[in-house]
Design a protein around this ligand. Structure first.
Ligand SMILES: NC(=O)C1=CN([C@@H]2O[C@H](COP(=O)(O)OP(=O)(O)OC[C@H]3O[C@@H](n4cnc5c(N)ncnc54)[C@H](OP(=O)(O)O)[C@@H]3O)[C@@H](O)[C@H]2O)C=CC1
Ligand SMILES: O=C(O)C1=N[C@H](C(=O)O)C[C@H](O)C1
Length: 273
């Protein structure tokens, strides 16, 4: 039976990509689509709003709660903003609908609120839903563990000029995973350098962000050693792999027990390093 799916934020870069790929998936049935409250897209056909070239017979709602009340759904896929995703998590929890959250920029408080909703419904949340990136994250942890503290670790990310948060959620996740692997904490992360910084303290993990043009998303972890350097890079050249990963998560999470899950759970990677 097809998984009954609602996509939020379909006027956005990820929302429109998700809508196109969900339309093309025979095991997913699109039963709803949303845009921000008060959006002029409300009431119009989702396929036309997202410029897919044909109508989908799904009207855009400007409120997720209303969309979920109008059509029985198994799962909502949400790439909007941290603030909107929290409101969407509440709407899903109130109606017993599973959720996939790709939005980044969650504060620790917002993340705690998301965790509270995940006690009621199953939620997959991950700053990057590309299978490739999730493998790179694991490879980075393994490299850090084996290379050890004599290598200086830096994370560099680049994104398009419209991105609202920095550093990217993926860069933050990479830095946290690297810190964990090296027995360090968030206190060891350094987000920018300027002026008389002095010599690089041992144990520091640098995180730097570039913004410009139409860069979809690039992440490099540098391991700088004495006489050698390792660079582990992922480059996204379009948004399809993020969306395909999110739709894989949607199929996986629908009907599961409440809990906050990560892409590693979806991919069966937990505990295998
Ligand atoms: N986890 C992953 O793999 C990835 C995560 N991301 C993250 O996903 C998020 C979205 O990225 P992107 O698509 O590039 O951003 P966009 O700005 O292109 O899209 C966000 C969309 O959400 C809409 N929106 C805002 N509030 C609401 C609401 N309450 N209800 C419905 N729609 C709403 C916006 O509408 P309006 O334009 O009217 O404001 C906009 O169309 C970001 O946090 C980004 O970091 C991105 C790519 C991959
Ligand atoms: O905003 C984006 O575009 C992206 N955001 C995600 C992040 O913050 O890590 C993932 C991806 O790199 C694209």
């Amino acid at each position: 039976m097809a998984t009954r799916t609602v996509i939020t934020g379909i006027t956005g870069r990820m929302g429109s990509t998700l809508l196109r790929l969900a339309r093309d998936a025979s095991d997913l049935q699109l039963v709803g689509a949303t845009a921000r409250p008060g959006s002029p897209a409300a009431g119009q056909d989702a396929g036309l709003v997202a410029r897919l070239g044909a109508a989908l017979d799904v009207a855009v709602a400007d409120d997720l709660g209303r969309a979920l009340d109008a059509a029985k759904a198994d799962v909502v896929v949400d790439f909007t903003s941290a603030e909107a995703s929290l409101a969407h998590a509440r709407a899903c929890a109130e109606r017993g609908v599973a959720l996939v959250v790709g939005s980044t920029g969650f504060t620790p408080e917002a993340h705690a609120a998301l965790q509270a909703h995940a006690k009621v419904v199953p939620i997959v949340a991950a700053p990057n839903m590309s299978v490739g990136v999730n493998l790179v994250i694991r490879m980075a942890a393994e490299l850090a563990r084996v290379l050890g503290p004599s290598f200086d670790v830096e994370v560099l990310e680049a994104h398009h000029r419209m991105k609202k948060d920095a550093p990217s959620g993926t860069a933050l996740r990479l830095a946290e995973v690297l810190a964990d692997a090296l027995g360090r904490t968030r206190e060891d992360l350094t987000f920018a350098r300027e002026g008389q910084t002095g010599a690089r303290p041992p144990g520091e993990i640098g995180v730097q962000a570039l913004r410009g043009g139409d860069v979809v998303g690039e992440h490099t972890v540098y391991f700088f050693g004495e006489g050698e350097r390792i660079e582990l890079t992922h480059r996204a050249t379009n948004r399809d792999q993020f969306a395909l990963g999110a739709l894989r998560a949607a199929r996986w999470v629908a009907g599961r027990a409440p809990g906050l899950y990560d892409m590693a759970d979806v991919l069966g990677l937990q505990g295998k390093t």
